[in-house]
Design a protein. Structure first.
Length: 316
């Protein structure tokens, strides 16, 4: 199928074409760039929700319930799950899996797990492009699930408009370990598994940390309780998401959109420049030469980069 035709089918929201398009962007080929270029003018309409937090806190289970609530409200939903620890299969129980299958046949729901193999251009790039596909395909709500560990949480903050951080009770140490990055980026905090002990303690802990972190921000992140297994607390969570969406629209949307576009442009420039320079260097074996010099302490990486760039600019 031609890329133009595929793009057309994606815009029509056709499920098989969306799946195919995401496979193409996963490979980041020339075709992928063409596809993104074709659909890009049709993006920017969806509300993108990032859901992150420790593995096992119940993110995937919660997402299933969020999808249902949004479907009840007549919204279309797309999900990209970037979670190597638990693929989006609907939990361990047969009942969960059957419920997930129901969602899978809904033509207005699209769920995709992305394996975390080494994508060309990185998993962040692949995720961002997959979100664009779903956006162009007319999904009102796009949810991106990532495990909150290290780099991915910074990435999710760049991709999503509303970031939800999901904890489970009894993760005290874990909260301590990952708090720095994750407390900064969350707009809504959820203590899931509220059917367990120590829920209220977890809520208090999180609120205490937020007070240290968010003193001057005009959006005060709420801390909610949910039971993803039953859906308890999910309508309240959706209300908060909608509230945050209104907040963004009213005050900071323009500024944010500009910043987001700026970041994307900067990253695109970085990626392109790197491709062009690396290709030439590798052809000539210069990359290895510099690497050796750095290892021998004959030159530092920053000076090496300056020299490389100087040479490239002169040769043009
Ligand atoms: N007791 C209880 N278990 C839950 C709840 N939500 C999820 N779980 C279970 O926690 C486990 C991990 O859930 P999952 O959604 O895969 O977590 P993820 O790794 O954060 O995506 C599964 O066995 C779920 O059935 C909840 O609200 N209460
Ligand atoms: Mg998961």
């Amino acid at each position: 199928m031609k890329i133009e035709e595929l793009a057309k089918n994606v815009l029509a929201g056709e499920k098989r074409s969306i799946a195919k398009a995401i496979t193409i962007i996963e490979n980041n080929s020339r075709e992928a760039r063409k596809l993104i270029a074709a659909i890009y003018p049709h993006t920017g309409k969806a509300h993108i929700i990032g859901i992150t937090g420790p593995g096992g806190s119940g993110k995937s289970t919660l997402i299933e319930k969020i999808i249902r609530e949004y479907r009840r409200r007549g919204k279309t939903v797309g999900v990209i799950a970037v979670d190597p620890t638990s693929p989006f299969t609907g939990g361990a129980f047969l009942g969960d899996r059957i419920r997930m299958q129901e969602l899978a046949v809904d033509k207005d729901v699209f769920i995709r797990s992305m394996a975390t193999r080494n994508y060309l251009g990185g998993i962040a790039r692949a995720t961002r492009d997959a979100v664009k596909i779903l956006d162009a395909a007319g999904k009102d709500i796009i949810i991106v699930e990532t495990v909150g560990a290290g780099q991915s949480e910074v990435e999710i903050a760049k991709i999503a408009q509303t970031v939800i951080v999901v904890f489970a009770p009894g993760l005290g140490d874990e909260i301590q370990a990952i708090k720095a990055g994750i407390m900064e980026i969350g707009h809504i905090f959820v203590v899931n598994k509220a059917d367990r002990e120590n829920v209220n303690k977890a809520v208090i802990d999180i609120k205490a940390m937020l007070q240290l972190n968010n003193k001057e921000k005009s959006w005060k992140p709420p801390v909610l309780k949910t039971i993803a297994l039953t859906g308890d607390g999910v309508p309240q969570l959706i209300e908060k998401i909608e509230e945050h969406k209104r907040y963004l629209k009213s005050r900071e949307e323009r500024k944010r959109m500009r910043e987001k576009a700026e970041k994307e442009l900067l990253e695109a420039i970085k990626e392109k420049t790197l491709d062009i320079i690396l290709e030439e260097m590798k052809e000539k074996g210069e990359f290895e030469e510099y690497l050796e010099k750095i290892l021998k302490r004959e030159i530092d990486p920053m000076t090496a980069a300056e020299k490389i760039l100087e040479k490239k600019l002169r040769s043009n």
